[in-house]
Design a protein around this ligand. Structure first.
Ligand code: BDR
Ligand code: CA
Length: 316
């Protein structure tokens, strides 16, 4: 069976990605590694432990990752992230803290060990800053050829980003790590903002979780409504929220849910366009393309599938 590691800055859509993965019987979630972005690493780890408990899966191990970008010593949550995900990352909803602790093994060590243990069976899905995988590849370059798929949520091939006109949030957290990953020769699949914003979840769907009358259903509905409200405030008339991180998990489990284009990418590191994902001029003509970029998604199939899987977890 496919083994999956989710590398999350556990905010709202990351939590939906956890629920999606737990509702997917054809893949085994072998661990969650914590990164930063929507929240700090510590808050994200706390959220991942609490929500896996609430979803009835206290067996999922959670690992603490690197807590700051490659080129900086510290990380601070932006006002924009706190607005979109709430200060606690899960829409200001209070759920009981887990009595579990994160694993003592650091996330980067776990990723390296898992790549060596599971090889091509392992799919790694990063949906926050890419510092953990960049650090793992720098420390153990041999895992590049061992690992199965890396299906990341981040960047955009076409439309503007969500941090500024050029930049998507996950890339912006650690542009050096993202650029290293794209130019390291490691095969990646990029699920960018221009595709995830086509997958909108509405209040009509969150109400279905509330109607289940379960603690997990109420939590998922209230948390996701907070996210929808934030999206509607920044983009009036949108009517829903983008399912960024769950779409990356879906593409990891069923690659046919997206259509992709092979391209060699890099990340701009200087000037006002810092953080922009763009074709790598130096490798434009290289017949070996390391990244497959999603350019289309089967929206109705994904949304039906998303609702079925997450509802099965919400039902308890
Ligand atoms: C991405 O940034 C984070 O805010 C979300 O969790 C998602 O991973 C969207 O740009
Ligand atoms: Ca995320």
């Amino acid at each position: 069976m496919k083994k999956i590691i989710l590398d999350l800055d556990t905010g709202i859509d990351d939590t939906l990605a956890i629920a999606y993965a737990l509702g997917s019987g054809e893949a085994e979630l072998i661990g969650i590694t914590g990164t930063y972005g929507n929240v700090t690493v510590d808050q994200g780890v706390r959220n991942a432990l609490a929500v896996t408990d609430l979803f009835g899966h206290p067996e999922i191990p959670v690992y603490r990752g690197v807590d700051h970008p490659l080129a900086k010593d510290t990380f601070t949550v932006s006002a924009g992230s706190a607005f979109i995900h709430g200060k606690n990352g899960i829409g200001e909803i209070d759920i009981p803290d887990s009595t579990r602790e994160p694993e003592s093994e650091p996330a980067v060590d776990f990723i390296i060990d898992a790549a060596k243990t599971y090889g091509k069976e392992l799919t790694y899905v990063p949906t926050g800053a890419f510092t953990n995988i960049a650090t793992a590849l720098q420390r153990a370059p041999e895992i590049r050829n061992l690992l199965g798929d890396i299906v990341l949520m981040g960047g955009a091939l076409t439309v503007p980003g969500n941090v500024n006109a050029w930049t998507e949030a996950n890339i912006s957290q650690d542009p050096e790590a993202a650029d290293f990953l794209f130019r390291s020769g490691t095969r990646t699949k990029m699920i960018g903002l221009d595709v995830t914003m086509q997958t909108l979840l509405t209040r009509r769907q969150t109400q279905q979780w509330r109607d289940l009358g379960t603690p997990a259903g109420a939590f998922l509905a209230d948390m996701t409504d907070y996210y929808i409200t934030a999206y509607e405030t920044t983009a009036p008339g949108l009517g829903g929220c983008g399912l960024h991180d769950p779409l990356a998990v879906a593409a990891a489990i069923d690659p046919t849910i997206v259509a992709t284009l092979p391209i060699n990418l890099k990340v701009e590191l200087d000037g006002p366009t810092r953080g922009r994902t763009i074709g790598d001029y130096d490798r434009l003509g290289d017949p070996f393309k390391t990244t497959s970029v999603a350019v289309a998604v089967n929206v109705s199939r994904f949304l039906d599938d998303f609702m079925a899987r997450v509802t099965s977890v919400a039902a308890g």
